[in-house]
Design a protein around this ligand. Structure first.
Ligand SMILES: *Cc1c(COP(=O)(O)O)cnc(C)c1O
Length: 405
């Protein structure tokens, strides 16, 4: 590492001193940001090729989103769900239409939306499918990432995420990702849902074999099992379509959304499903003090408007092709493999050269922010407002890092 400047060093030391060490951040202290760029406390500029794990799909401080937030701050910001507010139906209706579903249930964080999907699937299983009380099973994939709550880490296969956090919530069956036969074999009369990411982000941007989700759709329909797509990271334009599962021409029974839904301003998550599924919830059975608050709805409604235009999906598709061809050209020059779709890539660096963490540190020194996942894999997910020149710049820096190792 080169020596960091005074303000950066001081801010890093303060953060170490006052916070739990549940993250291992890169030594960058951000002070300002706009579009695809962030500026640190010492005035250095970086291209943000992580985009808040896709929470910043529209870039930092998108003008339309900031305007929507400012306008709402001047009117009303929180009511709780004890009352209705005048932005609620607007957001939920717009999101329902974007998803092609009857109903939306807004929450705040991704993990809460996943928990909501689990609760709804279980209740649907008992009340609609007729599963005996307490016997509901949900099939999930190995190497999944769905969040950090005690129930969700109960079905994680990552020891770091799971170990020492038991006792674990029962009712989950883990199968290999992308293995249709394994799902088929795991289905029992008590199976209420299959919960999976259309592309596994934390696992290293793993794209399942072609036809996997189409097969899963058929299998779920035939077995009276709900297909739940966790599109928290893969959805909302990231892969070149509104939802990553669209690449397989598949419509799930429930979408789980988060991250970019809050426009990089506030935490906004939601599940979307038809009345036959989400309609099982009655007053008092589920909720959230902050879920669907006026500020969240104002920003979320603007996010839906941005996506309804299709421009961001088109950018992701077109610029993603450029990103992927640039990365593929590095195979054999320090890169072992490239995966992903649209403006989303998992890049396996030759482990003989450096770890993923080292690659991230060296890219940060050159002014490009990315994040490692596991081992020697790094993840690139620039905001969808990124330009061709900025992509070429980041690719050139990555090539340099690999060459100079
Ligand atoms: C980030 C993420 C979550 C959890 O979202 P939080 O807002 O961090 O709780 C769940 N599922 C997927 C696929 C994610 O990427």
């Amino acid at each position: 590492m080169t020596t960091v400047e005074f303000r950066t060093a001081e801010a890093l030391a303060d953060a170490e001193r006052w916070t739990a060490h549940n993250y291992h951040p890169l030594p960058v202290v951000v002070a300002e940001a706009e579009g695809a760029w962030v500026t640190d406390v010492d005035g250095r500029r970086y291209l943000d090729f992580l985009a808040g794990y896709s929470a910043l799909n529209f870039g930092h401080r998108h003008p339309g989103l900031i305007a929507a937030a400012h306008a709402q701050l001047d009117r009303v910001t929180l009511t709780s769900r004890a009352f209705v507010h005048d932005r609620f139906a607007e957001f939920c209706g717009a999101l329902a239409r974007l998803c092609g579903k009857d109903l939306v249930l807004p929450m705040n964080t991704g993990a809460e939306a996943v928990e909501t999907a689990i609760k709804v699937a279980r209740k649907w299983g008992y009340q609609v499918k007729g599963v005996p009380d307490g016997q509901a099973e949900i099939i999930v994939a190995a190497d999944n990432f769905h969040g950090r709550t005690t129930t969700i880490v109960s079905f994680s296969t990552d020891p770091d995420a799971r170990a020492d956090f038991g006792p674990y919530t029962p009712g989950f069956v883990v199968v290999p990702y992308g293995d249709l036969d394994a799902v088929r074999a795991a289905i029992t009369p008590n199976t209420v849902a299959v919960l999976m990411e259309p592309i596994q982000g934390e696992a290293g941007v793993l794209v399942p074999p072609a036809g996997f989700f189409a097969g899963l759709r058929e299998l779920c329909t035939g077995s009276d099992v709900l297909l739940i797509a966790d599109e928290i990271q893969s959805g909302l334009g990231r892969t070149g379509k509104t939802f990553a599962i669209e690449h397989e021409g598949v419509v799930p029974d429930m979408y789980v959304l988060g991250k970019a839904l809050g426009g990089g301003i506030v935490p906004v998550s939601a599940v979307a499903a038809d009345r036959a599924v989400l309609g099982v919830l009655k007053p008092g059975e589920h909720g959230s003090t902050f879920g669907g608050n006026p500020l969240a709805c104002a920003v979320g409604a603007e996010v839906v408007t941005l996506l309804a235009g299709g421009e961001f999906q088109e950018r992701s598709d077109r610029l993603g092709a450029r990103l992927h061809s640039g990365l593929t050209a590095l195979i054999g020059h320090g890169v072992v493999a490239v995966r992903g779709r649209g403006l989303w890539a998992g890049v396996d660096i030759d482990p003989a050269l450096m770890t993923g963490r080292q690659a991230c540190e060296r890219l940060a020194e050159r002014g490009v922010l990315v994040k490692d996942t596991h081992g020697s894999t790094i993840r690139l997910a620039p905001p969808l407002v990124v330009t061709e020149e900025e992509i070429d710049q980041a690719l050139a820096h990555l090539a340099d890092v690999l060459k100079s190792s």
